[in-house]
Write a protein that binds this ligand. Structure first.
Ligand SMILES: *[C@@H]1O[C@H](CO)[C@@H](O)[C@H](O)[C@H]1NC(C)=O
Ligand SMILES: *[C@@H]1O[C@H](CO)[C@@H](O)[C@H](O)[C@H]1NC(C)=O
Ligand SMILES: *[C@@H]1O[C@H](CO)[C@@H](O)[C@H](O)[C@H]1NC(C)=O
Ligand SMILES: *[C@@H]1O[C@H](CO)[C@@H](O)[C@H](O)[C@H]1NC(C)=O
Ligand SMILES: *[C@@H]1O[C@H](CO)[C@@H](O)[C@H](O)[C@H]1NC(C)=O
Ligand SMILES: *[C@@H]1O[C@H](CO)[C@@H](O)[C@H](O)[C@H]1NC(C)=O
Ligand SMILES: *[C@@H]1O[C@H](CO)[C@@H](O)[C@H](O)[C@H]1NC(C)=O
Ligand SMILES: *[C@@H]1O[C@H](CO)[C@@H](O)[C@H](O)[C@H]1NC(C)=O
Ligand SMILES: *[C@@H]1O[C@H](CO)[C@@H](O)[C@H](O)[C@H]1NC(C)=O
Length: 511
């Protein structure tokens, strides 16, 4: 940051003779800048800045002690995160079961509810939920560019117990060979794991259960919920609701291609494309039936079932405008990040070494691949941990063969849940919020198709801040769009993610 000392400073001095004084902004001292930022950070902190200390939960099964993690001895973490339990448990009671999932369980912090348990999974498929733990909603925050881990003011453990699970088999530290081809099998294996978990941690039986996740978990979570509703005696937990962020709900043509050029128009000064290229993508969107799709079909209420542009859920090669945009964005900004479009060069360092947009060699090893970290959390030292698995977690030739959740199980799950939250960052270019609006307006639940009344601007009111997007609730489905948030809402907008979780758990009336 450059401070100009010449003419502007002289002018600033001259103006001090007059009152009231507004200091020339170019001469703002760094301390003043920092003070203003710190003041703003305080506004984001929860009203009651309670300590990290967790509530005392004891588990009577002696096996539980094998999983105990000492909150004072987690590498690089210089504060006590309290007691937690982590390790591997099998997905069935078979003595010869080779498939095991890795979990990390935290009891609630002081003031959190002992009646509830939140399950979290990341997406991928094949991405580790320890990403969510360390960079989104866990008690420890070590996000991009942070020099060291810090306490997370917006940890979901402040609300309830939390269970992060690396699933399905083939993800993170999990053990065994993947052998699933669809979401029902995924759900059956996860429920099998949860049964084993509840045998060790019996005191958690009977809790209210909330299933949460982001991205491809928009497919996982509704299918897991649907499986639990279809097998009501399988689990000694009371499923109450789901929360999915920037979820994969439908085909890419709807969630990526149709809204892509509208998105570029909305953020034209961020993309800063030249006029020739802009004209090219406008022409392609027109030819492929994307232009005007939203204005025509995304109405409140909808006028009927929504078609695919060109009558196909597949993207023809010359209609892939999303990749054109991504490639062009990288030319003028090599750090362009589809998960958060505001990033610029150089690429931020990430202690989890995310393999997508952040291919950067790190000075220190990836956090969960360190031997001391693995030992502290009872993870298998022999596994080379990566945030997203290189192998396929679905073994079929075509990956996951299940129909997208919004076109299958999600409507029924919304009807059975007490509350459902779909939240979407508006600065996400891997899955676009306008695409999610299309999905919702084509979905029939609670006897009607889509939302019946328009989503109002500035309707998402965040405590102590004000409007940060839109929020709309109809027939038990809450849809929230968060301004300035990228794909990982709890990472990029922890305050809004936290508030919507309070809503999901029934701790507040509105999201
Ligand atoms: C938890 O238990 C420990 C040891 O019994 C005790 O010192 C501590 O005060 C307890 N904390 C709470 C919040 O009850
Ligand atoms: C594992 O054990 C179960 C019964 O517990 C049995 O049905 C199954 O065939 C065994 N599988 C293998 C691979 O041994
Ligand atoms: C995966 O393998 C296990 C053990 O061999 C078997 O019991 C199970 O049915 C298989 N699952 C699928 C979906 O094929
Ligand atoms: C809209 O929903 C109907 C009924 O589920 C489905 O047949 C159709 O493919 C959907 N259209 C889009 C664009 O997803
Ligand atoms: C899509 O299919 C419907 C029914 O088959 C047809 O009426 C319509 O003209 C087709 N639209 C396009 C763009 O091909
Ligand atoms: C305009 O942008 C496109 C896509 O990035 C690029 O290929 C082309 O060279 C640019 N043209 C000019 C004149 O900068
Ligand atoms: C882990 O990585 C090391 C070093 O690259 C390699 O030697 C080892 O075989 C890998 N282990 C596994 C289980 O893939
Ligand atoms: C869910 O709804 C049921 C029935 O309306 C109610 O008894 C229960 O308290 C609700 N649970 C939560 C956590 O809101
Ligand atoms: C909501 O805001 C958008 C711009 O962000 C604007 O185009 C639109 O007209 C607004 N809608 C209403 C109902 O005011």
């Amino acid at each position: 940051m450059v401070r100009f000392s010449g003419i502007l400073a002289a002018l600033a001095t001259a103006t001090t003779l007059l009152t009231p004084i507004v200091t020339a902004k170019s001469t703002l001292r760094k301390e003043e800048l920092r003070a203003r930022q710190l003041e703003a950070v305080k506004r984001w902190q929860p009203v009651k800045r309670d300590v990290q200390a967790t509530q005392n939960i004891t588990f009577s099964n002696p096996k539980a002690s094998e999983f105990y993690v000492d909150g004072k001895s987690i590498p690089e973490v210089d504060f006590d995160v309290g007691p937690s339990w982590a390790g591997l448990l099998p997905i069935s009671a078979n003595a010869n079961e080779t498939r095991k999932l890795f979990f990390w369980f935290f009891p609630p912090a002081q003031g959190g509810s002992l009646d509830d348990m939140i399950f979290w999974t990341n997406g991928g498929p094949g991405c580790s939920s320890l990403e969510g733990f360390l960079q989104e909603n866990g008690p420890i925050s070590w996000s991009y560019g942070q020099a060291k881990p810090t306490p997370n003011d917006h940890a979901w453990t402040k609300l309830s117990s939390m269970l992060w699970v690396e699933q399905p088999v083939g993800t993170g530290f999990s053990q065994g060979t993947p052998n699933i081809t669809n979401e029902d099998q995924l759900a059956a294996q996860l429920v099998g794991f949860l049964q084993q978990f509840l045998e060790v941690f019996k005191e958690l039986k009977g809790k209210n259960l909330y299933l949460t996740g982001e991205s491809y978990a928009g497919t996982y979570v509704p299918y897991i919920a649907s499986y639990i509703y279809a097998h009501p005696t399988a689990l000694s937990l009371k499923l109450q609701g789901i929360w999915i962020a920037d979820p994969s709900l439908s085909y890419d043509i709807i969630q990526e291609q149709v809204p892509a050029v509208d998105f570029v128009r909305k953020y034209e000064n961020v993309f800063s494309f030249n006029q020739t290229f802009t004209a090219q993508i406008e022409a392609k969107a027109q030819k492929c039936g994307y232009t005007g799709y939203i204005q025509k079909y995304v109405t409140y209420p909808p006028k009927g079932q929504l078609p695919y542009p060109g009558n196909s859920s597949h993207i023809s090669k010359d209609c892939d405008v999303w990749d054109d945009i991504f490639n062009a964005a990288l030319i003028i900004n090599p750090a362009f990040n589809v998960y958060r479009i505001f990033d610029t060069y150089p690429i931020l360092w990430d202690v989890l070494g995310f393999p997508g947009s952040f291919e950067q060699v790190q000075v220190s090893p990836i956090y969960f691949d360190r031997e001391d970290v693995k030992k502290a959390i009872h993870a298998p030292v022999s596994v080379n941990w990566t945030e997203c698995s290189e192998g396929n977690v679905f073994t079929g030739r075509n990956g996951d063969t299940s129909v997208p959740s919004a076109l299958s199980v999600l409507p029924g799950v919304i009807e059975k849940n007490n509350r459902t939250v779909i939240i979407h960052g508006t600065a996400d270019f891997i899955l676009l919020s306008d695409g999610t609006r299309i999905v919702i307006q084509n979905m029939t639940w609670g006897g009607q198709q889509g939302f019946q009344t328009p989503i109002k601007n500035d309707s998402f009111l965040v405590d102590g801040v004000g409007a940060m997007g839109t929020a709309h609730v109809e027939r038990k489905l809450a849809y929230v769009e968060v301004v300035q948030s990228g794909h990982m809402v709890p990472q990029f907008s922890p305050k809004t993610a936290f508030q919507t979780m309070q809503y999901l758990l029934g701790f507040r009336a509105n999201p």
